[in-house]
Design a protein around this ligand. Structure first.
Ligand code: ZN
Ligand code: MN
Length: 470
């Protein structure tokens, strides 16, 4: 595999959470009854005229600025034609050769230094309606009895972001998307929830001999609805293409659906040439010409980007921990917890693992109480610590009742338990003595279980180690 290098570009669509749709005043939102949020404009009735949503334009510019793009002083909406039942006008209004945002870049902090991912463009368009296939087993059109269309989604503002083919691995694609998602969420322009379809990503994938600059035929992966699936889809496609080239074949330009459950790639249709969408400028809309003062005002409103925060925390926490905190929207709580006196790495671990594992909303947590718990973590029983963490989000939570509990650190109390555990697991004892150091955690875990989480794990760990090396 090391002889081949993946070349990946991403196309991301993001729903903007404006109050109304892109070209009409119907409300945007999930969960309303089917076909209740429609009007002549978004149903594409003859004679209906679109009007540009000002807020959607401003948010697109804001996102473009956050992605380091140049904001064009003259952008034009165009009609992109394709026939589909959920596209009532027979065309989608999008931006074509004159998009609002071009030539950006995103810095992606990585283990081997900063990576720069180019942004080719970010443009504004409207979403299609939603087709629901009924009666089939898969929810896809194949095998369905009939299909229904919900026009509520039709006309929702969408930003399409196209990256340069600068991504070099499945993991990098995943980390880029996590960073992009967090950027979008913090701008307040979208919830960017993949499971609701508010953020959708397609990947263009090719491979080339490592070290070369050529661009070989690429394929397109669609229908991937989580960061993990995207990474797995890219991995599977890279492997497939390497296999094709190495067996003397040729990769064909195709579109694939990745099925996460089976790990299988299914080709959709062969693409011999680019689709001809017969673009032409939308005659019913004026060009988008944002005044320079507006662009500068929006630039002034940008928060510190997540990538910069990862870089700032990296020195203290390392790349992995910093990324988890920042892309999880947890770094502000971490900063407050550290300011309240908690040890930085311990605080990061408790927030990223215990707190998130317990499903606590970080926004509802008192950093002061959290800091006290982080500090007491080794002194109080594990069970008490876990319970306290799970309740951190409750209003008026106080760590006091938990901090008075003492973990059992008394050797005379712990030694008989440890002896019992070692006696019950002779195989593991032998393996540990033979060099499998990782089994230490197993023994500690058994002792914790025997003591119902009341033992001090650090003391147990030391006692087990001493005992086994005796
Ligand atoms: Zn409408
Ligand atoms: Mn699009």
């Amino acid at each position: 595999m090391s002889a081949w290098e993946p070349v990946v570009g991403l196309e991301i669509h993001v729903h903007l959470k404006t109050r109304t749709k892109m070209f009409c005043r119907c409300p945007v939102g999930f969960g309303a009854g089917e076909n209740t949020q429609t009007c002549p404009v978004c149903l594409g009735l003859p004679g209906a005229l679109p009007v540009i949503n000002r807020r959607a334009v401003e948010w697109t510019i804001k996102l473009g600025l956050a992605l380091g793009c140049e904001i064009r002083g003259h952008a034009v909406f165009a009609r992109k034609h394709y026939p589909y039942p959920d596209l009532p006008k027979g065309y989608q209004i999008s931006q074509y050769d004159l998009p609002s945002c071009v030539d950006g870049k995103v810095i992606l902090p990585s283990a081997d230094g900063d990576r720069e991912i180019g942004i080719v463009r970010a443009h504004l368009e409207e979403d299609a309606a939603k087709t629901v296939h009924v009666g089939g087993r898969t929810g896809r059109i194949g095998g369905a009895d009939y299909s229904l269309i919900d026009f509520n989604r039709g006309g929702t503002p969408l930003v399409e972001i196209v990256t340069a083919p600068d991504i070099r691995s499945a993991d990098e694609a995943k980390r880029f998307l996590q960073l992009l998602r967090q950027t979008i969420v913090e701008l307040g322009i979208s919830d960017a929830e993949m499971e609701k379809g508010a953020l959708r990503a397609d990947a263009n994938v090719s491979v080339r001999p490592a070290g070369s600059n050529e661009l070989r035929t690429r394929t397109e992966l669609k229908n991937m609805n989580s960061f993990t699936f995207i990474a797995r889809g890219i991995e599977a496609e890279v492997e497939r293409q390497v296999g094709v080239w190495e067996s003397g074949g040729e990769v064909r330009q195709e579109t694939y659906d990745f099925d996460a459950a089976s790990g299988k790639l299914t080709p959709r249709r062969a693409k011999e040439e680019a689709d001809d969408y017969r673009y032409f400028p939308e005659p019913d809309l004026v060009p988008v010409e944002p005044p320079a003062e507006l662009v500068e005002r929006l630039r002034g409103e940008l928060p510190e980007p997540p990538g910069a925060r990862i870089e700032r925390l990296e020195g203290t926490l390392g790349l992995e921990r910093s990324s988890v905190l920042v892309t999880g929207g947890l770094d502000r709580l971490w900063e407050e917890t550290v300011a309240a006196g908690a040890e930085p790495v311990q605080a990061a671990n408790v927030i990223a693992n215990a707190l998130m594992g317990a499903g606590v909303d970080p926004g509802s947590v008192s950093a002061t109480e959290l800091a006290r718990l982080v500090d007491a973590r080794d002194r109080i029983p594990r069970a008490a610590f876990d319970e306290a963490v799970s309740k951190l989000g409750e209003p008026g939570f106080s760590a006091d009742p938990y901090l008075t509990q003492e973990a059992v650190s008394d050797e005379s109390e712990l030694e008989p338990v440890i002896a019992r555990v070692l006696e019950a697991n002779p195989g593991e004892v032998e393996a540990y003595r033979g060099g499998k150091d990782g089994l230490l955690g197993f023994f500690v875990g058994q002792v914790m279980k025997e003591t119902q989480g009341k033992a001090n794990p650090r003391v147990v760990s030391e006692l087990v180690k001493a005992k086994l090396s005796a």
